[in-house]
Ligand binder design. Structure first.
Ligand SMILES: C[S@@+](CC[C@H](N)C(=O)[O-])C[C@H]1O[C@@H](n2cnc3c(N)ncnc32)[C@H](O)[C@@H]1O
Length: 507
């Protein structure tokens, strides 16, 4: 079976050339003037998002960009990796712009057509170059991925406060580093793949971002003894026995990558700094995974927040990832799945979870950090980044709030809550058959709730103390106040954490 080899095509390198910055200015100009921008391209291709190309067939997409305008040509070249007749390119972009794209290596002439050497995605106000993913072809070992679902999820959840220094580990095409450059004074992106560092350098140049540095090396090695206010990483987290693609594997056993980035964060954060990792972790036989993750940060002076999106049994996990990465191996699927399963059995891996792992370094070494594990919501909507920051603040507040203080507090239902009720007729009235509450922004939790939960949500008007609400509720539940209070208080804490209820002075 053939092993993947490095990509023979060089990454375009306009920065090193004389006149490079002027030519890049012209290239930016033509892409902007043509409307090669996120909203225009998604509208033209009729996509729900710029990353949803797979929702349409290739022929549908090509038909939607079949014209001769500059945008049509840019989409065919850089979004769809379709060869375009050189005269058409010169006509649409201008002959000198075609020369610019060629001379810097964005386009090369092959078999009589102009072909892009990289994919360019207009996203979040940036143009992001990455390697072209060719369907049905084995990917090169040093493939630099574009923006994937995990990339986007980490972006959505990243806390975007103004800060001094940010770090993106395993930066790939540099997307997270370039986004951090908007709210951090200085950003460093590290990667072990030299091709990724070249791609990230290209992206900084295309977007004229000057406050980012790129460093070649393994995770924290290129920044040892440096500290940061924000650390982010979407590392090669898939737990597998394979090591052929650097964007997918760092060659560490089990969930060693996740352990490495999490453990390293504690040393790399400034007081008050936040590290956020989108990653997978293993459930090992005979070990509670909560204890294992908490152990990675124990004694580090960091709080730990884990939002778990999903857990798959080892067999399902192998089947999912082998199918998902079928472009990376020519080994028959069933054999590959069996090999992965056997490696999990050997390591005692019974299941694996995916989610966000967040650390926040305490301001004072004498503080007692908290560790909180929760499920992530199914959807993360606009404002998720602010909701993550709110969650940290809420955990701080709840840690300091006794049950007696919580009972005296007047909580307020969040404006983002929507409640749905299904009622059924009962003798002489109506009974509740089903009720659910969901949030319509940020970490958009949705949950079924019982009569007690509904009562609390609906009565929390910001001026009635929780104690009074529970006094009304207890007789309805047919239980004395003291008996229901502990369960209800724990439910209320969860409602506050997830954003259904705001504590006084917040929200
Ligand atoms: C899943 S990709 C994510 C890329 C990009 N950050 C994103 O979110 O789209 C993982 C990245 O980690 C890099 N990587 C793999 N092993 C590494 C290591 N030991 N140290 C640093 N980066 C590594 C890969 O080259 C790749 O760019």
């Amino acid at each position: 079976m053939p092993s993947p080899v490095p990509n023979p095509l060089p990454v375009p390198c306009p920065v090193a050339r004389e006149g490079g910055s002027a030519a890049l200015e012209r290239i930016r100009g033509v892409m902007a003037d043509a409307g090669f921008l996120q909203s225009d391209v998604t509208e033209q291709l009729d996509l729900p998002s710029i990353l949803a190309l797979a929702t349409k067939t290739r022929s549908e997409l090509l038909a939607r960009a079949a014209g001769d305008t500059a945008r049509d040509v840019l989409i065919r070249l850089f979004t769809l990796a379709e060869p375009v007749d050189p005269d058409t390119v010169a006509c649409a972009l201008g002959a000198s712009l075609r020369d610019d794209f060629h001379s810097f290596g964005f386009i090369r002439l092959a078999n009589g057509g102009d072909r892009a050497t990289v994919s360019i995605t207009p996203v979040r106000g940036l143009w992001i170059a990455s390697d072209i993913a060719k369907s049905g072809e084995l990917r090169p070992s040093d493939f630099v991925m574009g923006i994937g679902t995990s990339t986007q999820t980490l972006d959505t959840l990243t806390v975007r406060r103004r800060c001094d220094r940010a770090l993106d580990l395993g930066t790939g095409c540099g997307y997270h580093a370039l986004l951090a450059a908007v709210h951090a004074e200085t950003v460093i992106g590290t990667d072990i793949n030299p091709r990724a560092i070249r791609m990230a350098t290209l992206n900084a140049a295309i977007n004229d971002v000057l406050n980012v540095q790129w460093r070649l090396g393994s995770f924290y090695e290129p920044v040892s003894r440096e500290t940061f206010d924000l650390v982010v990483s979407n590392p090669p987290f898939v737990i597998s026995p394979e090591n052929a693609h650097v964007y997918r594997s760092a060659g560490m056993s089990g969930d060693g990558v996740t352990e490495t980035v999490v453990r390293g964060a504690a040393q790399s954060l400034n007081p008050g700094g936040i590290a956020q990792f989108l990653c997978n972790w293993a459930h090992l036989k005979g070990t509670d995974w909560h204890d294992r993750l908490a152990g990675w940060v124990e004694g580090s002076g960091c709080d730990l927040l884990v939002l778990r999106s999903e857990t798959l049994e080892a067999d399902e996990y192998a089947a999912y990832w082998v199918q998902h990465t079928r472009e990376e191996s020519s080994e028959p699927l069933a054999e590959r799945v069996n090999r992965w399963r056997a490696s999990y059995a050997e390591l005692g891996i019974e299941a694996a979870s995916i989610g966000l792992v967040l650390l926040r370094k305490r301001m004072n070494a004498s503080d007692s950090p908290w560790a909180r594990f929760d499920d992530a919501p199914r959807s993360m909507l606009g404002g998720a980044s602010a909701a993550v920051l709110r969650r940290i603040e809420v955990e701080d507040a709840l840690q300091d709030l006794s049950d007696a203080e919580l009972l005296n507090a007047s909580l307020r239902i969040s404006n983002a809550v929507r409640i749905e009720h299904t009622l059924r007729p009962t003798d002489g009235g109506w009974g509740m058959e089903h009720a659910s509450a969901r949030l319509v922004e940020g970490l958009a939790y949705a949950t079924g709730t019982d009569e007690g939960g509904m009562h609390i949500l609906m009565q929390s008007d910001g001026s009635t103390p929780l104690r009074a609400i529970l006094m009304q509720l207890a007789p309805k539940l047919g239980c004395p106040f003291d008996e229901v209070a502990p369960t209800i208080l724990s439910m209320v804490r969860s409602m506050v954490r997830r954003g259904y209820l705001d504590l006084p002075g917040s929200g």
